[in-house]
Design a protein around this ligand. Structure first.
Ligand SMILES: Cc1cc2nc3c(=O)[nH]c(=O)nc-3n(C[C@H](O)[C@H](O)[C@H](O)COP(=O)(O)OP(=O)(O)OC[C@H]3O[C@@H](n4cnc5c(N)ncnc54)[C@H](O)[C@@H]3O)c2cc1C
Length: 397
């Protein structure tokens, strides 16, 4: 089975994207697979910071790491469609290093959209080192009391002379355990003010008054998520990004594109689950024949492939709408909603087809089931996506 089960029509992207996919697959199945074997890395056992840095640098050397950046920053200025197709192929490879080829947790995708707001000093101090795989940076918005209601941040940044003093705690920050810095959102509203004012800062995570607490694991078993605790941390005014009060607009400015860009990861992983389920069904024998000969199993596989094809069509159609200049607010939420729910159903059936083997820890489908469960919550829950879709629908009346 290819990476695109049942999708044997012409490749949907450009020739350039097809060439990149071929090269990136060589990298994933060659050098990175070797690195994973040598260091015992799989989905359950992540790499340490030193090994990740090696992966980022190698990806940078191959020209992949900063590929998603705008052209003036050394990126390729990819269309959304090509970006989605390349990312889908990376995740469909099944490599445990998939999120690190582009540096999604702590690399260029975290800063690409900020380049227009950044001062020359911020470019030199943060953005260029991140783009060159020399520095890792995370994105810190969520707090205990500010989840879906992102504007409710309580971390405060108070101006004192030429510094802001930051106090508060950020929760669930991907990549923070191995990041050097954060793009961090804090309230700069006056004490007791009714109006919210959220401002973005570059924060050095090695500075006095900052620490990362990372003692918890997600259900996918990964511990790449942590809390950032700010206790009187002094951040120079020069590290404020854009104007005060523009933080949410900066952070959420590309929310539609960013929402869509999670879909290829989910669908790539769901393709791995479908492939594993198909291969297991062909190989596992019960009642004197392979279980793939039972219609119940065939129908599960058929439903998985059909739903995956539908989700993929929605993802690609939405990418084309964005490339054509549409805002596609409802469509990107539909894609995030439908792809995450579909990918989870595919993983659930893949576990079912594996029977008892599917619920033993260490089987890839068991990991994929837990991983794909998380996407229904991450980056805007399914309920929040439905709120957006309904709002767009009702506002259009
Ligand atoms: C592994 C992981 C990585 C993450 N990485 C990052 C990161 O790098 N940076 C970052 O800033 N954040 C990150 N997050 C936070 C993530 O974006 C939030 O968890 C998510 O937005 C949901 O917020 P919450 O967990 O507070 O849930 P809540 O907002 O408390 O939601 C709880 C439930 O209420 C529902 N709900 C809430 N409001 C409404 C409403 N208006 N209408 C209907 N239903 C509603 C939700 O859908 C959900 O079912 C991460 C989270 C996890 C688990």
């Amino acid at each position: 089975m290819t990476n695109r089960p049942l999708f044997d029509g012409p490749f949907e992207g450009t020739e350039r994207a097809a060439g990149i996919i071929a090269r990136v697959q060589d990298f994933l199945h060659g050098e990175l697979a070797e690195l994973a074997r040598a260091h015992g890395i799989d989905h359950e056992h992540g790499a340490d910071r030193a090994l990740l840095q090696q992966v980022w640098r190698r990806s940078h050397a191959q020209g992949f790491y900063g590929m998603t950046l705008p052209e003036p920053m050394g990126g390729l200025g990819l269309s959304v469609l090509d970006h989605v197709l390349i990312k889908e192929a990376i995740y469909a490879s099944g490599s445990p290093f998939a999120p690190h080829v582009f540096g999604e947790l702590s690399g260029p995708p975290r800063v690409g959209a900020l380049a227009r707001q950044a001062t020359p000093k911020q470019m030199a101090q943060f953005i260029v080192p991140v783009a060159q795989a020399e520095m890792a940076i995370c994105f810190a918005l969520t707090e205990a009391e500010a989840g879906s209601d992102a504007g409710a941040v309580q971390t405060r940044a108070v101006l004192q002379g030429d510094h802001y003093v930051l106090n508060g705690r950020k929760r669930f920050i991907s990549g923070s355990p191995f990041a050097d810095a954060a793009v961090l959102l804090a309230s700069t509203a006056a004490e007791g003010a009714a109006e919210r004012e959220v401002t973005a800062f570059f924060v050095d995570l090695r500075a006095p008054g900052v620490r990362v607490e990372s003692g918890y694991k997600t259900m996918a078993g990964q511990s790449s998520t942590g809390d950032i605790v700010l206790d009187g941390c002094r951040v120079p005014v020069g590290q404020r990004i854009g104007e005060p009060g523009r933080g949410l607009a900066l952070a959420l400015g590309r929310i539609s594109v960013n929402r869509l860009l999670h879909c290829p990861a989910m669908l790539g992983l769901a393709q791995v689950a479908l492939r594993d389920a198909r291969d297991y069904a062909l190989q596992r024998r019960q009642f004197g024949r392979s279980i793939a000969q039972f219609q119940a199993i065939q129908h599960m596989l058929a439903d998985m492939a059909t739903e995956l094809a539908a989700a993929r069509a929605l993802m690609l159609g939405t990418a084309r709408a964005l490339d054509a200049g549409g805002a596609a607010r409802a469509e990107t939420s539909m894609a995030k909603l439908f792809c995450s729910e579909t990918a989870f159903r595919v993983a659930d059936r893949a576990v079912q087809i594996h029977g008892g083997e599917g619920i033993v820890q260490g089987r890839r489908v068991e990991f994929l089931f837990r991983m794909l469960r998380m996407y229904r919550v991450l980056t805007g829950t399914s309920e929040i996506q439905k709120n957006t879709i309904a709002k767009e629908l009702l506002d259009a009346a």
